[in-house]
Write a protein that binds this ligand. Sequence first.
Ligand SMILES: [Ca+2]
Length: 183
Amino acid sequence: MKNLVLFCVIIFSCQFLGFTLFNHNLTKKKNLVCNSSFENQPAKWHFYIIKANAIGEIDSTEAAFGHNSYKFKENTSGEGFLHSCVFKVNPSTKYSVSVWVKGAGKFQVQVLWWKKYNDTFIDESAQHLKIVIKGNGTSQWKESKNVIEAPSDARKAYIRLIAFGGNVWFDDVNVHQLDIIQH
Ligand SMILES: [Ca+2]
């Protein structure tokens, strides 16, 4: 009887794991954000301090998915932001943006759109900034999401995560194109 129960547990576990991995792979294929779950090194995310004291770091003790998240470690006056890799976008096209958040502070998710962008030149006049999501952290991991449309002149974009007023963890940042370019 014990062997039968063990067998059933193993079969159920395998099916559940396979189902989870299958769905996760499907999501990953379309996600435009590099290292979206903070599982890889180098992180390919860049942290900037707006007000001292703010510290940003990959945290292997908290995770909504996988093993890691990104922690904004801040006192009540500290404020920082973290920006993602740059990715290509299609103008006048809708994108879904989602993120998992936990913590005591407040947070925002912004998208910065660019006509052009590379490592040595940023055309500041072409910048458009959009606050996509904002809210208060919660004691448990919670997903927040929204849908946005790329400006008519957008060619590239990146995500900026912002937190202030207390520690905040981010995980599983996703940006997916929702429709096909109309031109
Ligand atoms: Ca993760």
